[in-house]
Write a new protein. Structure first.
Length: 278
C-alpha cells in the first residue's frame, strides 16, 4: 500500500520484546517504520523491503490474585499491594483494649447496666471491655483478633436489696458460664458480685436483731432503721440532720458482706408511717 512520505515515520528501531511479525508470529528486532493509520512494518521505510507487518508484543494478562501471596500481609510495603490493586490491611489485628465500666446515674435509676467481656479462646483469660470494643469482636471486625476471643455480655444488677443483688449477679455469671461452656468466668469475679452496688433510699424499716449491730457500740440492734443512699443502714426510721449511728451486718463489715452475704439471714422489713426527708 502506498503512503505519502508525510504519513510515514521512518528509521525507527524495534527492541527485543517490542514487536512480533504477523505472518511468522516470530519476535522482530530491527529497523521499522510507522504509518499514519497506526500500522508498523519492517524496514527503515517502504523502499527498504521486506515490509512485513508488525504488531506490538503483549504479554498475556495474568489474574492478579493468581500470584502467590506472601505469608504475612503485614511485612510487605504498601506499594506492593497498591501496584497490584489488591485489598490489604497494613496493620496487624490487635488484641482487646481493657476498659473498666462506670455506671451512670441513669443506670442506677434503671437498676442495672450491661457489662462486656472477652475470653481468650484457648485459655481462661478474661478482659473486661467497653461496648464499642465488644462490638468489634462480636462483629468479626478485621482490625481486631476476633478469632482468638469469645465475646460475652451480661446484665449486672446495681440496686435493690444487697443480698438479692449479690445473688442475682452470681446466678447470671454461673448461667453464662454453663451456656457458653466456658471455665473460670465465675472465679474471675473473686466473689465481687455486689460490685457497683448502691443503696436505694428507704425508710420506716424494722430489724428483729438477726441482721445488724450498732457500729459504735458493737451491740445487736433491734428496732427501726432506714437506708441512706450513700451511707447504708442507719439507726432510726427516717434520716435526720442530728448525729445517729451506723449499722453494720452481723458478719462484721460491709467489705466482708461481698463474700459472706450468701449466708446472711433474710432481712425482715415492716413499712409504715410517713416518710421523712433526705
Amino acid at each position: 500500500m502506498y503512503y505519502p512520505k508525510s504519513q510515514i515515520l521512518e528509521n525507527l528501531y524495534a527492541n527485543p520484546g517490542q514487536f512480533v511479525e504477523i505472518a511468522s508470529k516470530e519476535e522482530y528486532t530491527g529497523p521499522y517504520y510507522k504509518t499514519s493509520d497506526g500500522s508498523f512494518y519492517t524496514g527503515k521505510n517502504p523502499q527498504d523491503p521486506p515490509n512485513n507487518q508488525l504488531i506490538e508484543f503483549a504479554e498475556p494478562e495474568r489474574d492478579k490474585l493468581s500470584e502467590p501471596l506472601p505469608e504475612s500481609y503485614y511485612l510487605i510495603d504498601d506499594g506492593y499491594y497498591a501496584a497490584k490493586s489488591l485489598p490489604f490491611n497494613r496493620k496487624a489485628p490487635r488484641p482487646p483494649i481493657t476498659s473498666l465500666p462506670m455506671p451512670t446515674e441513669s443506670d442506677y435509676q434503671t437498676g442495672e447496666f450491661e457489662r462486656y467481656f472477652l475470653k481468650k479462646a484457648n485459655e481462661n483469660l478474661y478482659n473486661e471491655v467497653n461496648k464499642k470494643e465488644y462490638e468489634l469482636f462480636d462483629n468479626n471486625n478485621s482490625s481486631v483478633q476476633y478469632q482468638s476471643y469469645i465475646p460475652i455480655k451480661i446484665n449486672w444488677q446495681l440496686t435493690g436489696k444487697l443480698k438479692n443483688v449479690f445473688q442475682t449477679n452470681s446466678n447470671v455469671v454461673r448461667l453464662i458460664e454453663r451456656r457458653l461452656n466456658i471455665n473460670g468466668f465465675f472465679l474471675y469475679f473473686k466473689g465481687r458480685f455486689s460490685q457497683y452496688f448502691k443503696y436505694s433510699p428507704d425508710e420506716n424499716l424494722f430489724t428483729d436483731g438477726t441482721e445488724y449491730k450498732n457500729k459504735r457500740t458493737g451491740e445487736i440492734y433491734i428496732g427501726p432503721y432506714h437506708i441512706h443512699p450513700n451511707k447504708g443502714p442507719m439507726v432510726g426510721a427516717t434520716h435526720v440532720s442530728s448525729p445517729h449511728d451506723f449499722l453494720i451486718p452481723l458478719s462484721g463489715s460491709f467489705e466482708q458482706i461481698e463474700t459472706e452475704i450468701a449466708q446472711q439471714p433474710r432481712i425482715i422489713r415492716r413499712s409504715g408511717g410517713s416518710s421523712g426527708g433526705y
